[in-house]
Design a protein around this ligand. Structure first.
Ligand code: PXP
Length: 246
């Protein structure tokens, strides 16, 4: 079952730096090209309702330049649906979104918001995108994802990253393992992401049911020091080593 673990590189924060000055530099599409050459398996981007980082033009530019599958993250918001239906990316990851938050702070409440989420899963799936739900590693949310008919869930690793930093990762890791195992047993493809770094990625990458990690902020931050290709290459190495049980 231990298939190759895919790395989706989230290039949002290249756009954050660009937008700090306006203009066109640094270009997220160039980052997507470099990430591809360095071993990324996919490009992830999150068009937020407030457009604080990437925008529709970035999605179009990246789609035109890359051969890699694109994973578009978006909120279940009426305004976002036509953008995704027009672009028809390989995958769409539905995420919760609050304007005041600094980043996606928790998972989508697939259980509580079932009726609101269901038409998005249906419409995006019918358009040919593989729909993923960004949920907390919680069995209730796994059940809801199955009932919603989403083929993929992405487990939110933000709480794990915080617990890892505090030296208390094990209970959260157990919850991620349990959710990955339950979801996989029910036919879901399992992804994970948020807050992952060279240091904390190993235990998550070693979970055999997980097929893809989506990693952004740390890689773009690290790229400031070492370059994006080196940062992506090192993350690939950390993931492969963990997967191989090293
Ligand atoms: N996966 C999803 C669904 C996200 O919303 C984000 C953050 O935008 C990530 C992964 C990547 O998180 P980070 O930037 O902390 O690596």
């Amino acid at each position: 079952m231990t298939e190759r673990l895919r790395l989706g590189v989230n290039i949002d924060h290249v756009a954050t730096i660009r937008n700090a000055r306006g203009g066109a530099h640094p270009d997220p599409a160039r980052a997507a090209e470099i990430a591809a050459q360095a071993g990324a398996d996919g490009i992830t981007l999150h068009i937020r309702e407030d457009r604080r980082h990437v925008r529709e033009e970035d999605l179009a530019a990246i789609a035109a330049i890359t051969q890699l599958p694109i994973n578009l993250e978006m909120a279940c918001a009426a305004e976002m649906l036509p953008i995704a239906l027009k672009a028809r990316p390989h995958a769409v990851c539905l995420v919760p979104e609050r304007r005041a938050e600094r980043t996606t702070e928790g998972g989508l409440d697939a259980a509580g918001q079932f009726a609101h989420i269901a038409p998005y899963v249906r419409a995006l799936g019918e358009a040919g995108s593989r729909v993923s739900l960004f949920i907390d590693p919680d069995l209730r949310q796994i059940e809801a994802a199955v009932r919603l008919g989403a083929p993929v869930v992405e487990l939110h690793t933000g709480a794990y990253a915080e617990a890892f930093a505090a030296g208390e990762a094990e209970p959260v890791l157990q919850a991620i393992r349990a959710a990955a195992s339950a979801g996989h047993a029910q036919g879901l493809e399992i992804h994970a992401g948020h807050g992952l770094t060279f240091e904390n990625v190993g235990p998550v990458a070693a979970i055999p049911e997980i097929r893809e990690l989506n990693i952004g902020h740390f890689l773009i931050g690290e790229a400031v020091f070492t370059g994006l290709a080196a940062a992506v290459g090192e993350m690939r190495r950390c993931m492969d080593a963990a997967r191989a049980g090293a």
